[in-house]
Ligand binder design. Sequence first.
Ligand SMILES: [Zn+2]
Length: 64
Amino acid sequence: MDEFDRASQVEEKHRQSCIQAVLKHARQKSREECLDCDQSIPQKRRDVGGIVRCIKCQEIEEGK
Ligand SMILES: [Zn+2]
């Protein structure tokens, strides 16, 4: 096995674990109401999965 093969194998492994992490996140059920302000989260946003906050509160949370 040469260096290139080894590198692409590592790359592939990393890619797979990223995909798994995304799928795991997506399978989590979204909340119906925002965790912070209790406003209902739009269905379109909840469909993403794993959503716990409305867009506004999520932005505040990420901006911390
Ligand atoms: Zn909110």
